[in-house]
Design a protein around this ligand. Sequence first.
Ligand code: COA
Length: 270
Amino acid sequence: MSQSEATLKFEPLLVREEGPVLVVTINRPEALNALNEPVLIALESVLSWIGTEKASHLRAVILTGAGEKAFVAGADIKQFENFQPRDATAFARRGQELFQRIEKMNLPVIAAVNGFALGGGLELALACDFIYAAENAKFGLPECTLGIMPGYGGTVRLPRRVGPARAREMAFSGAMISAQEALQMGLVNRVLPQAQLLATAMETAMAIVNRAAPVAVGAIKESIHHGMQLNEEKAHELEARLFGDLFATLDAREGTRAFVEKRKPKFQGK
Ligand code: COA
């Protein structure tokens, strides 16, 4: 391990800091990294930790699954057996809230999908800012084949990402699509050989970290995320407000001054 790497304790996740990038690996390969209670609790803890002063040096997050077979094969199906409607609603709300926290986090989050991304796994990847997929990755919403439906935002985010007709086809059939099909429909940004997946996600994360002011990335993330939920007029108003707010930051002053002085800016995230 290099000096700039540190491993943090958030079992059953593997959480590794590589300089300013946090790599979060869901580590339950024996159950294809299915989301059970301990995984959800650990994800909630990592997100809370990212919001603290101790993590203020972080600039990007990569989310992936352990092994080469699965990113996340969904919510843990075994827990559904004795669910009553009220339990199921609470289960959905809890996962939705967790995924919304990922979406609203002011750091860029890249999903590196290294295998199956099914049900809650696809929903988790969709809550990230964008997806890179390994060539063997498979995506699907198989809930209907269990007599249930997506409950962690799949019917909300997938139609917004790929259009309602493609989302219906996937969610009605429960069929899996390949990484190449996912690329064609704009669900993933890049398809890579498995061996290059994490390194490429890291390169992109570092390109963002090295070029972009953190306050700018946070504002862009909010403008796109929030703006997608507004009509165009309101979305433009939001963009103008966020654009204005950035001029109260040190980074905006530094960025424009550095350009004029023909030097590389030194951003502080303030
Ligand atoms: N919840 C709980 N356990 C799961 C799981 C899930 N979502 N997905 C896989 N597993 C477990 C299997 O039960 C199996 O455990 P076991 O060895 O104790 O029997 C282990 O992971 C390996 O899975 P297996 O089914 O043997 O692998 P496979 O290569 O034959 O099939 C899948 C892979 C992904 C096609 C298959 O596991 C599957 O269909 N999983 C469920 C996907 C799903 O419906 N997700 C949505 C849930 S709402």
